[in-house]
Write a protein that binds this ligand. Structure first.
Ligand code: HEC
Ligand code: HEC
Length: 352
C-alpha cells in the first residue's frame, strides 16, 4: 500500500512555487566570489656565512641546504604541534637564553617524561660527527628522528606528517622544497638543514682571533693563556672548543648506578663514564652543568675541572690532572670563557 507525505495538493503546489522562486532569485543574485586565503609567506633569512676560521661543514649529499628548506626547518624546530601532546618543540629544550639548553639538570620530555640526561647546547652542531653525550647517533638526521619519535617529543611520525599536510601553509612549502607532501623523512631533513645554520660565529673571542685587539679585555686575554696552560684544550680543543672525543672526568661516577656513557656504545671498559667533550661556546648561559646537570654554577664546574675531575677507576688521567691556580688566574679564566658568549639570533618564526 502506497502512502504519500503530503496528503493535500495545495501546499505541494505552493512549496513548488517557492522552490522556483528560490531558483530564480539565486540565479539572479550573483554571490561575490570568496577570495582565496592568501598563501602563507614563510620568513626567509639568509643562511649565515661560515667563518673562515671554522673547518668546512659536511653537508649530506641528499640534504642540500636551500634558504627555503632552512626556513621550513626553522618553523618545524619551533612548532610544538610536532610533539605527541602539543607541549614540546625542539626549541623547548634548546632555548637561546639558556645557551641553547633548557636550564634543567635533566630534561623533561613530552607527557612530562623524565629523561636521564641534561640537554646539551646546539651551537655549531652541524660540525659534529657523532651525536648525544655518548655519541650513539651517527648523523644529525638520525638524531633528529630519535629526538622526535623518542621520549623527547613522543611523536607518532606518520600522524604528525598527516597533520602537517592538513595545514595549507606547510603543505605548500613541502611541495615547493621537496616536491612532495610532508613525510617523516623530509620533516627531519628540513629541521637538520636549519640546525646546520646554528653557528656561533662572530663572538668577541672570534673577533679577537681575527685580529681585533680591542674585542676582548686584558683579563680575558690572560684567561686564554691560563686555559692553555691548564691544558683545558687537551679536550676543549680548536675553534669548536671540543675534540668531539669521549673522556671520563668522573662526573656522576659516585652515583649508585652510574651512567656508563660511551661504554654502552663502544663496549670498551675504558669508556666507562666517558662523555663527549661539550663545547664551551655560550657556556656562561647553560647552567646547570655536565651530562647529569649536577653542578649549579660555572665557577663550580671550572673548579672541578681545574681540580682534575673526580677520582674514579676510569678517569682519563692522561688528559686531565689536578692543577693549581690563584684566585686571580681563575677570575681571568672565567673572563675568557665569557668571551665565548653568543649573541643568539634564533628568533621564533611565524608559523603556518
Ligand atoms: C625534552 C627536551 C628535548 C627536546 C624536546 C629535544 N631535545 Fe635535543 N636533546 C635533549 C637531551 C636531553 C639531549 C641529550 C641526550 C643524550 O645525550 O642522551 C639532546 C641532544 C640533542 C642533540 C645532540 C647534541 C650533541 O652534542 O650531540 C641534538 C642535535 C638535538 N638534541 C636536537 C634536537 C632536535 C632537532 C629536536 C627536535 C626534533 C630536539 N633536540 C628536541 C633534550 C631535548
Ligand atoms: C680530559 C678532557 C678534559 C679536560 C682536560 C677538560 N675538560 Fe672540561 N669537560 C670534559 C668533559 C668530558 C666534560 C663533560 C663531562 C660530563 O658531563 O660528564 C667537560 C665539561 C666541562 C664543563 C661543563 C660543560 C657543560 O656544558 O656542562 C666546563 C665548564 C668545562 N668542562 C671546563 C673545563 C676547563 C675550564 C678545563 C681546564 C681547566 C677543562 N674543562 C678541562 C673534558 C675535559
Amino acid at each position: 500500500m502506497q502512502t504519500t507525505h503530503c496528503p493535500r495538493s495545495f501546499p505541494l503546489v505552493f512549496s513548488g512555487m517557492g522552490f522556483l522562486l528560490y531558483l530564480l532569485l539565486s540565479g539572479c543574485q550573483q554571490q561575490p566570489p570568496v577570495p582565496a586565503a592568501p598563501e602563507f609567506q614563510p620568513e626567509i633569512l639568509p643562511i649565515p656565512k661560515q667563518l673562515a676560521t671554522y673547518e668546512e661543514m659536511q653537508i649530506p649529499a641528499d640534504n642540500a641546504m636551500t634558504p627555503e628548506k632552512v626556513a621550513l626547518g626553522r618553523q618545524l624546530f619551533f612548532d610544538k604541534r610536532l610533539s605527541v601532546d602539543g607541549t614540546r618543540s625542539c626549541y623547548s629544550c634548546h632555548v637561546c637564553e639558556k645557551g641553547l639548553t633548557d636550564g634543567l639538570p635533566k630534561a623533561v620530555g613530552a607527557l612530562n617524561k623524565q629523561l636521564p640526561r641534561s640537554s646539551p647546547t646546539l651551537w655549531n652542531i652541524g660540525y659534529h660527527k657523532e651525536f648525544y653525550w655518548d655519541g650513539r647517533s651517527g648523523s644529525l638526521e638520525k638524531q633528529g628522528m630519535a629526538a622526535w619519535t623518542g621520549g623527547n617529543m613522543g611523536a607518532k611520525a606518520d600522524e604528525i606528517a598527516a597533520k602537517l599536510n592538513g595545514i595549507s601553509g606547510y603543505k605548500s612549502q613541502f611541495q615547493k622544497v621537496f616536491g612532495s607532501d610532508a613525510t617523516p623523512d623530509n620533516i627531519i631533513k628540513a629541521i637538520c638543514a636549519f640546525e646546520r645554520t646554528i653557528i656561533s660565529g662572530d663572538t668577541a673571542y672570534d673577533r679577537w682571533k681575527a685580529g681585533d685587539q680591542s674585542a676582548i679585555g686584558e683579563e680575558a686575554k690572560r684567561g686564554f693563556k691560563v686555559f692553555q696552560d691548564l691544558k683545558c684544550n687537551n679536550c676543549h680543543d680548536g675553534v669548536l672548543f671540543t675534540d668531539q672525543q669521549y673522556h671520563n672526568v668522573g662526573i656522576g661516577m659516585d652515583a649508585k648506578e652510574p651512567d656508563v656513557g660511551r661504554f654502552k656504545v663502544s663496549n670498551k671498559p675504558e669508556d666507562t663514564g666517558a662523555f663527549k667533550t661539550p663545547t664551551l661556546r655560550d657556556i656562561t648561559k647553560s647552567a646547570p652543568y655536565f651530562h647529569d646537570g649536577s653542578t649549579a654554577t660555572l665557577e663550580e664546574a671550572v673548579d672541578l675541572m681545574v681540580g682534575g675531575g673526580k677520582p674514579n677507576k676510569y678517569l682519563d688521567k692522561k688528559n686531565i690532572q689536578k692543577r693549581k691556580v690563584t684566585p686571580k688566574q681563575k677570575q681571568d679564566l672565567l673572563a675568557f670563557l665569557k668571551t665565548l658568549d653568543v649573541d643568539c639570533t634564533l628568533t621564533e618564526p611565524k608559523l603556518p
